[in-house]
Structures are given as C-alpha cells and as structure tokens.
Design a protein. Structure first.
Lengths: 129, 158
C-alpha cells in the first residue's frame, strides 16, 4: 500500500511520545449512523459495516465487514427519540454480540417497548480478527 | 473511476480505510425480505452504502466463504477468539461485481445459512429480493409484515 509507515512510536516536538499501539487499540473498529424510522431501516453512513438487518420495529442488527476477534468488545450507542415521542425515557440497547454482528433495540416508555427511531448510532471498540 | 491497488495480504481494515477515503457510498434500492420463524414478522436486509461501494470497486473484499469459515469457528462450543482471522486479510480479494452480485454476496454473508440454502422449499418462498418501492410505503403494522402466501417462484422469475 503506497505511503505506508511502520513505527512503534509517534513523538511530538514538545508534548512527548506515544506508542502507536495506543492508536491501534484505541480507535473505533466500526461505527454506524442509521435511520431507523425510514420505510426500511437504512445506514446513512458507516465504517466496517456490511448491512443493517431490520428484525422488527425497533430491533435491528449491524454486521461487520471485518470481524471482531472475540465477543468481549465494547459498544457505545446514541439515539434520538425526541423528534418522535418527546421526553427522554428511552434508549438504544446493544444486545447479542457476535464477532460478525451485534443486535440493537431502540425502546421507549415505561414498558420498554421497541420503537422506530430517527437516529441510531453506535461505535464499536475492541480487537479485530 | 478509482483504481483499486493490489491489496492481497493487506489487512482488511486498512483496505476499508482506503475505500472510505476514496469511494462514494452507493445506496442500493434492493431489499432482501426473509422469514425464519412463523411466529415472527418478516425481516429485511438493507445493504450498507459503503459496503456496496467496496463491492462494486472490486479488489477489497474477501470471498464470501471466508466468512463461513469464521462463522463455523465461532459456532464451536469452546470458541474464545478467532485464530483464523488471517483468512480475511490474506485471501485473494474478489473482483469487481454488479449490484445484483453484491446482493447475492450479502445474502450468503449476513443471512442465516438455513434461510438462503432452503429459500424455495416449503409451502412458499421464505426469501424474496425486491426493490424498496415494492414494499409498503408506510411502517404501519410493520410487526405484522409477512411474505405473501400466494407468492410463487414463477411469479418471482417473471
């Protein structure tokens, strides 16, 4: 690949040096921004995602193009239900983790029922296979 | 048109970084509808726009059998972590394909194998590829959506 640098450390002129393993291990390995209120769910943009699979209203799966190494990875989510329902009693919950995908459930209300949601986002941190 | 460099042996993540920087995302109009449980509504697979761009460009993605091998490894009861991740990175990437081939690839990658291997057995097709405008125009009663009982493979072929 053109322009490839192989280095174990990066050094700043005044702020010190950093092992490049911090960059490799500390970068998100996948992310998505999905519209889960369109006629069918669709990813607006993403990285390292191959498809979004809509299981039912509020329930979906994001599959990875480059698999994770194991299932002990971390997912951080954000969402916006406010445009639809108002209030803040809801969430986007990451559920079953596989190395090839993870399942998500957008919910709202006291009973926690799954709901379509305008904006569903996730960032995946961990090791790649 | 952007020419994909020779990527054999390059980590798949690095190939995806290259694609993200250089390729325009492609939103597909195709949808894959399938049912794998009679008590559940139909599920819908929608291709990711960046994945479609990588498939159409060629030279980036591994052959789909690589994902089957990794899925088989993960299905083993003593699975802890992948030991054959090199298959993703060292296998010769596939050539450029059409959007229709991209959908076929995604079906075989991201849908349960028992669905696409037996899609036409039983009383009705359990998987259908369609355009998004062939689906209901609103999400009303989404959790009751089903593939039509009277849908036949002859109609699909036509």
């Amino acid at each position: 690949m053109a322009g490839k640098l192989i280095a174990d450390q990066i050094e700043h002129s005044t702020a010190g040096s950093l092992d490049t393993s911090y960059v490799v291990n500390g970068s998100a390995k996948a992310w998505f921004n999905a519209n889960c209120n369109a006629t069918t769910y669709v990813n607006r943009d993403s990285f390292n995602i191959s498809s979004i699979l809509e299981a039912s209203g509020g329930d979906f799966r994001e599959s990875y193009t480059s698999n994770m190494d194991n299932t002990n990875y971390s997912v951080t989510t954000s969402y916006d239900l406010h445009n639809i329902f108002g209030g803040s009693n809801g969430g986007l919950q990451a559920e079953e983790f596989l190395t090839a995908s993870a399942d998500y459930r957008a919910w709202y209300g006291t009973g926690g029922a799954s709901r379509d949601t305008d904006i569903c986002c996730g960032q995946i941190m961990g090791d790649l296979a | 048109m952007t020419q994909t460099p020779s990527f054999k042996g390059t980590h798949l993540f690095d190939r995806l970084c290259w694609a993200k920087e250089r390729l325009e995302p492609v939103q597909s109009d195709y949808r894959v509808i399938y049912e794998d449980d009679v008590d559940e509504c139909a599920k819908i697979l929608v291709p990711d726009p960046n994945f479609c761009a990588a498939f159409l460009a060629g030279g980036i993605l591994p052959p789909v059998w690589v994902y089957w091998e990794l899925a088989d490894d993960e299905a083993k009861p003593d699975f802890k972590r992948h030991t054959r991740g090199y298959l993703l990175h060292e296998t010769q990437p596939i050539e450029a394909g059409t959007m229709e081939q991209c959908i076929e690839y995604l079906i075989m990658k991201d849908l349960p194998r028992h669905v696409w291997q037996t899609w036409d057995s039983g009383n009705k097709p359990k998987m259908v590829i369609c355009h998004k405008d062939q689906l209901p125009s609103t999400r009303e009663w989404r959790n009751a959506w089903k593939i039509k009982d009277d849908l036949t493979t002859e109609k699909i072929a036509a």
